[in-house]
Ligand binder design. Structure first.
Ligand SMILES: Cc1cc2nc3c(=O)[nH]c(=O)nc-3n(C[C@H](O)[C@H](O)[C@H](O)COP(=O)(O)OP(=O)(O)OC[C@H]3O[C@@H](n4cnc5c(N)ncnc54)[C@H](O)[C@@H]3O)c2cc1C
Length: 531
């Protein structure tokens, strides 16, 4: 069963290993565990619903609790403390586009606010109801999860918008196909959510981001249904798919999604290479991207992330042996782990592997074979569970991300890390900060930073510390040529920094679009656009 107050399935537990706890204690001090609230306690606090009974709507208290918060750090703290703030008044479970249209009509008739809800994995405050006079209806797409059509000649699949990662892949794989979209939230996030928040999967290098995969579909709006037909390419004016991608529930509800799929590859494998320094590693990864070596995935950890990963990995004896071997081959202190994947036919993969190895060797890379790559593939969706292990040990962990041009990657990364590392210095607190690059392009790269800090003595303190850190890093991003989000979207948490990126005219255009599709401002108010 899905956790009501954290990440993922209750059956999966990832503890912080003892040497990992010692590593963190050494870096930022001993953990400070806080007490968690119980579900019963929270259920007792849910106010009566302001909605009338309706066949498509659940007013069940636990269902309302389970759809009240996403997965951002403020969400996490609210759920653990049991102080949820606002709950939706009800959760609707439509099964057809027609029922979505009926719910839109109901929202007008009863003067409701509507929040489209995919998997609820937002990490930017997208799906939280806000206090207000109007009743809030969350619209869960979870029952619209089927593969509706597969055009095997054109490689286009039509899905209900609520299909989660596993539902998408299992239905396609049964027919010999894959979407190839694997965000780390894959277990729970949905096709509609990926489109609405412009998601990027771990193997975007081969399959593309959702922008490349989203071929068309239907958007249900207060102004009517907008159908986006599929074309291999078109010069017929601006592409309306761009209005839907990143619309974050503000313009309408995506009721059908058509995606470009691929035949399952013959073979796939992942490898790890250790680069002797960050400078050499950056040159190596940039060269791989710009030479268009056909890899399916690339991830470069900086030296601190490499050290942290090895410390948290378990098996200290084996890690010590690995470190000894790497040091002998020239990758000692300051080394950076680079993981890459090849996906395709055996012949293609052999050629790609050869090209990647040769290129990385020219920058001093030490190839370690498939063992660490296999571990990465096995654990690729397990890392988020570690938030629980860290929390129990008394540490708070959050991540943030951006993208910028290659000429600015090193500068921006350094400034983000510095803003976080020194962010709590006035309170005498240290913050453990590390980064990787995981979506690389010919022109630049995403930057994904993780930070771990101590919560202080209370939930209020933990949240205040997060606010300080998040604001400092977001200011750095906005003023140093970074996008406020490469893959998590805007939501409410990033909305204050969107004008710096879009400019006044761009913001006015977005507001006009929102008013066009939703004249009374009923859909997800405050998300994407603050007003
Ligand atoms: C542990 C973890 C790891 C993550 N890793 C990644 C990653 O690797 N890559 C990445 O891109 N993101 C990642 N995310 C962020 C998140 O998973 C993505 O933003 C994802 O696209 C959200 O999908 P969802 O279905 O959960 O949408 P939700 O969180 O339910 O909603 C997100 C937004 O989309 C809107 N929406 C959802 N469905 C519809 C619909 N049918 N019609 C209209 N609007 C809709 C909602 O109103 C909301 O504004 C991660 C999150 C977590 C918690």
């Amino acid at each position: 069963m899905r956790r009501w107050n954290g990440w993922g399935d209750e059956a999966t537990v990832v503890e912080l290993p003892a040497h990992g706890a010692a590593f963190l204690a050494n870096r930022i001090g001993a953990g400070q565990p806080l007490a968690d609230a119980g579900l019963e306690q929270v259920l007792a606090r849910v106010p009566a619903s302001r909605l009338d009974a309706h066949p498509l709507i659940s007013l069940d208290v636990e269902t309302r609790v389970r759809h009240a918060r996403g997965q951002s750090l403020p969400d996490w703290l609210a759920m653990r403390e049991g102080e949820f703030g606002q709950f939706p008044d009800g959760v609707a479970f439509p099964e057809t586009p027609q029922q979505i249209r009926e719910l839109l009509a109901l929202a007008v008739e009863r003067d409701l606010v509507l929040i489209p809800y995919g998997g609820g994995t937002s990490v930017a405050g997208h799906i939280n109801p806000q206090a207000g006079d109007k009743a809030v209806l969350t619209l869960s797409l979870e029952r619209m999860n089927r593969l509706l059509e597969l055009d095997e000649e054109s490689l286009i699949a039509t899905f209900g918008p609520g299909a989660s990662g596993p539902q998408v892949e299992s239905q396609l794989r049964a027919r010999g196909y894959t979407l190839g979209h694997f965000p780390q939230s894959w277990e729970l996030s949905t096709l509609g959510g990926w489109v609405a928040s412009r998601s990027s999967g771990q193997q975007s290098l081969r399959y593309g981001r959702i922008e490349q995969l989203f071929a068309g579909g239907i958007l249900e709006t207060f102004a009517g249904s907008m159908e986006l037909p599929t074309f291999p390419a078109t010069a017929a004016g601006p592409d309306l798919r761009e209005l839907v991608m990143g619309s974050e529930g503000r313009f309408g509800v995506i009721s059908e999604v058509r995606v470009r799929v691929s035949r399952l590859a013959e073979q796939e494998s992942f490898y790890a290479v250790f680069m002797p320094s960050w400078g050499q590693a950056l040159k190596g990864i940039r060269s791989l991207a710009q030479a268009r070596v056909p890899l399916s995935m690339l991830r470069l950890s900086n030296a601190i992330e490499t050290e942290t990963q090895l410390a948290l990995a378990g098996h200290p004896g084996q890690i010590a042996l690995l470190e000894k071997y790497l040091a002998l081959r020239g990758a000692a202190t300051g080394k950076c782990m680079l993981t890459f994947g090849v996906t395709g036919s055996r012949a293609q993969n052999a050629a790609s592997l050869k090209q990647a190895r040769r290129l990385l060797k020219s920058f001093g890379g030490v190839f370690t074979g498939t063992l660490l790559g296999k571990k990465w593939a096995e654990n690729r969706f397990r890392f988020p569970y570690l938030r629980h292990g860290l929390w129990s040990a008394g540490y708070v962990v959050d991540t943030l991300e951006t993208a910028t041009d290659w000429s600015n990657v090193d500068n921006l990364l350094g400034r983000i890390e510095e803003s976080l590392r020194n962010g709590l210095a006035e309170e005498g607190e240290r913050v453990h900060v590390f980064t990787h690059l995981s979506h690389v392009y010919g022109e630049g790269s995403s930057i994904y930073t993780t930070y771990v800090y101590r919560p202080g003595g209370s939930y209020a303190e933990a949240l205040a510390r997060w606010r300080k850190l998040k604001t400092a890093a977001s200011e750095v991003i906005a003023h140093n040529r970074g996008t406020i989000s490469h893959q998590h979207g805007v939501g409410r948490d990033h909305a204050p920094w969107l004008p710096a990126e879009k400019g006044p005219l761009g913001m006015a255009a977005l507001r006009t679009l929102a008013r066009h599709f939703d004249p009374e401002g009923r859909l997800a108010p405050g998300v994407l656009l603050e007003d």
